[in-house]
Design a protein. Structure first.
Length: 203
């Protein structure tokens, strides 16, 4: 298993979790694997700008289905802060990521419009001086205010896995692999990305 290989090689496993509902089934299963949880470091590819514990936060789903049920040290679960404004929260996470090594694994989903994390089709949001995150205030998928890692930081990973299920994603997935300019196209780790899907699609 990738996590145990990374722990054996590097003494730690640094993983970025996806938001949305698709990963819930995976998160529930992860609670039953044999691993050294003390070596896991958890980041979030994006987060909704909502107070800690809010049911619509991405880390809330991960905690309820998995993280609250395994002994990963709390200090190694790096939640996106709810800090004064969506920009202040993005800036705080940006500063954390500046001190964060390359990721071992990034998990991502795909929205029906082709978004991933909180990177939506259309003109890229302004960086506003941030290197690794963006503050989103007009997300088409509610809630409107979000913090997201940018494509460059999501690409600084040894493995990037997209988890995509359901007929509603067929159009976006087909457009993506057919070469349409969608946010997932700009996530380009050296080793490429892997797509895990129940859909039978071709370019
Ligand atoms: C979010 C997610 C988002 C999600 C896709 C798919 O905060 O909403 O990060 O990018 O992964 O919208 O969502 P579902 O898995 O719920 O279809």
């Amino acid at each position: 298993m990738l996590a145990n290989q990374c722990i054996a090689a590097n003494g730690r496993f640094i993983v970025v979790l996806s938001g949305g509902s698709t990963p819930a089934a995976l998160y529930r299963r992860l609670g039953h694997i044999k691993t050294d949880w003390q070596r896991w470091h958890i980041y979030f590819g994006d987060e909704r700008y909502l107070p800690a514990g809010h049911p619509e936060r991405n880390d809330t789903l991960a905690r309820q289905t998995w993280l609250d049920h395994v002994p990963i040290p709390a200090a190694q679960i790096y939640a996106v802060p709810y800090a004064g404004s969506v920009y202040a929260a993005a800036a705080a996470y940006d500063a954390l990521l500046a001190q964060t090594p390359r990721f071992d694994l990034v998990l991502l989903g795909l929205g029906e419009d082709g978004h991933t994390a909180s990177l939506f089709p259309g003109p890229a949001a302004h960086a506003n001086g941030l290197l690794y995150t963006i503050a989103v205030s007009d997300a088409p998928k509610p809630p409107a205010e979000r913090i997201s890692m940018n494509t460059q930081r999501l690409s600084e990973a040894d493995a990037v896995w997209f988890l995509i299920t359901g007929e509603s994603k067929r159009k976006a997935l087909t457009e993506w692999i057919s070469g349409n300019d969608l946010p997932p196209c700009h996530i380009a780790p050296e080793g490429g990305v892997d797509i895990f899907t129940d859909l039978d699609v071709s370019p």
